[in-house]
Design a protein around this ligand. Structure first.
Ligand code: G6P
Ligand code: MG
Length: 217
């Protein structure tokens, strides 16, 4: 039977997590806030606005809306400068193989991302044609761990949530998939993503027999 295969974008399909980190680090440095890779784990999958609030909380900074708007604008400009230089070489290992395999098997594929920059990134790395549905930060009101983004994906693909599989690198995203009653597959560190039903360090470690098992379930 047909399953919905839903992919997060940042840190799953492309290695943009490092660019988000660098752009946030520049803001936190300028505010004198110590912002480490460990802190950054909690920003993965989290919306732009919420990410800034978390960073300001770290530095115990109370800011006006005007200041916040300025920092959000700055962060996105810096991030977009990194994105502008991207090409297919930044597709994470194993991703292309998996997308091609799922296409051959005629499985519906969706993108479920919190990013408002999702479409231009997919175009940059020339993967947009693989996706039957795209739900991104422009479409959802409730951010991960709220399951809204993934539920919208399943609805667009006309597949039940319980027949959907989510690939995620963030704690919030794994939680969203679990709350949506979908199969959660963590991509990254199994210690951090311990709530995922399955976890792999990357897509190279996911073989076709695992995908076929998911399809038969
Ligand atoms: C993804 C990333 C987050 C990012 C969010 C919003 O979930 O993991 O780090 O903050 O998207 O992205 P945007 O491109 O809209 O700032
Ligand atoms: Mg991610």
């Amino acid at each position: 039977s047909k399953k919905a295969f839903i992919f997060d974008l940042d840190g799953v399909i492309v290695d943009t997590a490092k660019y988000h980190f660098l752009a946030w680090q520049k803001i936190s440095d300028s505010l004198g806030i110590e912002f480490t890779p460990e802190h950054n784990e909690h920003l993965k999958g989290v919306s732009r606005v919420r990410s800034l609030d978390i960073i300001l909380d770290l530095g115990k900074i109370n800011a006006t809306q005007q200041d916040k708007d300025q920092w959000l604008k700055q962060k996105n400009e810096d991030y977009l400068a990194y994105i502008d230089a991207m090409d297919e070489s930044e597709i994470l290992s194993g991703v292309l193989n998996i997308l091609q395999f799922l296409k051959e098997k005629e499985q519906p594929i969706a993108l479920g991302s919190a990013s408002k920059n999702a479409r231009p990134i997919l175009e940059k790395v020339k993967l947009i044609q693989f996706f039957d549905a795209i739900v991104d930060g422009n479409d959802v009101t409730n951010a991960k761990p709220d399951p809204e983004v993934f539920l919208q994906c399943a609805r667009k693909l006309n597949v039940k949530p319980e027949d959907s599989i989510v690939f995620e690198d963030s704690v919030a995203g794994v939680q969203a998939a679990n709350i949506a009653n979908m199969t959660s597959v963590g991509i990254g560190d199994a210690k951090i993503l311990h709530e995922a039903q399955y976890c792999f360090p990357d897509f190279v470690h996911i073989d076709s027999s695992f995908l076929e098992t998911l399809m038969k379930k």
